[in-house]
Write a protein that binds this ligand. Structure first.
Ligand SMILES: Nc1ncnc2c1ncn2[C@@H]1O[C@H](COP(=O)(O)OP(=O)(O)OP(=O)(O)O)[C@@H](O)[C@H]1O
Ligand SMILES: [Mg+2]
Length: 496
């Protein structure tokens, strides 16, 4: 059978980075091909080459056996190739309907004029969403939609172009479980219609659920391809990382110290309802709950990013005055946000500027920054977290997603926290790097830092936490220590 899409010998370099080298990939008609690889392996770059966002420096692209060139994204669209990005590319201020057809509105003839055929647009849009199995208000402004709905609009937009090949680059990274299920059922419908898909994800269980075949790439090079039912998770990890990995959670049995940190009667109307808990030195406290349960809001109230109605935050027996996040950092409470863009990173700035931005006063003397210290600290954390960037002045925007996450962690660690609050610390991070991050969390705990880990990744919580709090609708509903009762089933039961 002729592949619907085939790439061979693709080369792509950026200044100082060889992103793709002799890359190859084959997509068969109607299949779902997973593409796996560590952060920075070149997955997104490869997809951008396929969709005309980047031009390869060398190499060939074949569509149905015919050699083609893809000049720009619209060119890819017109050839039936569409990508759903990690961040959506929709026009925020336009309605769903307008977004679907912007630039290729159906027209009809009125006398000498061709005018936009709004009725046809609307009926086509309705038909597409029906086919996708999605309820959608066509007249809502896209900016008002959540991530999951925006993604559906992007998929629908691809359908208006009659896409035959759909690329999904980490589509579930920011979705709730329920939204993931909805997306998967849409993907199944697309597959039934014979649409070929390339699926990128760091979540192994998704790959095994969806994919027909899987291609692994490493450091910009092709490694291997296998049928999904002829390969194990361990085998894939070995191909991705280039070595065997038997244990993913480097948890050791640390002696847990005395109570160091305490939250008393935290309240925020409609979000947090009288939450109290204690945290010991050396302890890793997991916080579980469904999306929207108030876990992030709790963290934000603790560290002054959101104002609280009442509640005390106590560190080493002393009540802290925290009116904004600066106060929290100054007193040793550091938060690494789940939302890299919102409270986390300034993506237009360099790795170094991001790493040190919250501690500039500590490394300055009479308002002059000590650049030597700044560079040293940045290099130290880049090395410790294995941030894959050509140098410390590299702009964060050009890092792969997982490496942006590592810079976010560097920024938190450099502030030398006594209490470190990690919100979804490994979202979008590959298995090898996850392991490195867990090792760092363990090391910090051993050094006496208290850690709060908010995570939707249940195996990660079970693998790392000494104790888990379950939050439901802003309330603390259950607490469990590491032991036979700390199981996924019990936690889910309490969270639901
Ligand atoms: N516009 C750019 N300018 C410079 N370097 C870039 C650019 N885009 C990507 N890179 C580099 O190319 C390499 C591959 O990045 P890419 O985003 O393709 O990785 P990825 O496999 O998608 O990783 P992740 O799993 O973290 O999303 C990385 O080293 C990245 O820093
Ligand atoms: Mg990527």
């Amino acid at each position: 059978m002729t592949p619907i899409l085939k790439l061979e010998n693709i080369q792509k370099s950026f200044p100082g980075v060889r992103a793709l080298h002799n890359m190859q990939i084959e997509l068969m008609p109607g299949e779902i091909l997973a593409v796996c690889g560590e952060n920075g392996a070149g997955k997104s770059t490869l997809m951008k080459v396929i969709t005309g966002v980047y031009h390869a420096d060398a190499g060939n692209i074949y569509l149905n056996g015919e050699k083609i060139t893809i000049k720009e994204p619209n060119d890819a669209y017109s050839k039936g190739i569409a990508i759903i990005f990690q961040e959506t590319s929709l026009f925020k201020d336009l309605t769903v309907l307008e977004n679907l057809f912007v630039g290729h509105e159906p027209r009809r003839q009125v006398g000498p004029f061709k005018v936009i055929d709004y009725d046809l647009m609307r009926s086509k849009a309705q038909e597409i969403f029906k086919f996708l199995g999605v309820d959608m208000d066509l007249d809502v402004i896209v900016d008002k939609l959540g991530v999951a709905s925006k993604q559906m609009v992007e998929i629908a937009k691809a359908m208006t172009y009659g896409a035959k090949i759909l690329i999904l680059d980490e589509p579930t990274a920011a979705l709730t479980n329920k939204e993931v299920r909805a997306l998967f059922s849409t993907i199944a419908r697309l597959k039934e219609q014979g649409i070929s898909m390339i699926y990128i994800s760091h979540r192994m269980e998704e790959i095994f659920e969806l994919a027909d075949r899987v291609t692994v790439i490493r450091d910009g090079e092709y490694v291997n391809t296998a049928n999904i039912n002829e390969v194990t998770e361990n085998q894939l990890i070995t191909w991705m990382v280039g070595r065997e990995m038997s244990n993913i959670y480097p948890k050791t049995d640390l002696e847990i110290g005395d109570v160091m940190f305490e939250v008393q009667h935290m309240n925020r109307s409609g979000l947090i309802n009288d939450v109290s808990f204690k945290l010991c030195k050396n302890e890793i406290l997991g916080i579980a709950g469904l999306a929207g349960a108030g876990r992030t809001e709790l963290a934000e109230c603790i560290c002054g990013l959101m104002s609280k109605d009442s509640g005390k935050v106590i560190l080493n027996g002393k009540e802290l005055e925290i009116s904004d996040y600066k106060d929290a950092i100054a007193q040793g409470i550091v938060y690494a946000s789940e939302d890299r863009k919102k409270y986390g990173l300034v993506i237009a700035m360099s790795v170094m500027e991001n790493t040190t931005m919250s501690i500039l006063d500590r490394i300055s003397k009479s308002s002059l920054i000590n650049f030597g210290t700044e560079r040293e600290l940045t290099d130290q954390y880049m090395k410790e977290l294995q941030v894959k960037a050509p140098n410390r002045d590299f702009v964060v925007e050009n890092l792969s997603g997982g490496n942006q996450q590592k810079v976010l962690l560097s920024k938190a660690l450099v502030a030398k926290p006594q209490v470190l609050i990690l919100d979804e610390p490994t979202r979008g991070v590959d298995v090898g790097a996850k392991y490195e991050i867990y090792k760092i969390i363990e090391k910090l705990a051993a050094q006496g830092v208290s850690i709060i880990m908010i995570s939707s990744d249940m195996p990660e919580l079970l693998g790392m936490a000494d104790r888990i709090l379950v939050i439901k609708a802003g309330k603390l509903v259950w607490e469990v220590k590491r032991g036979p009762d700390m199981t996924q089933e019990k936690i889910l039961e309490k969270a639901l």
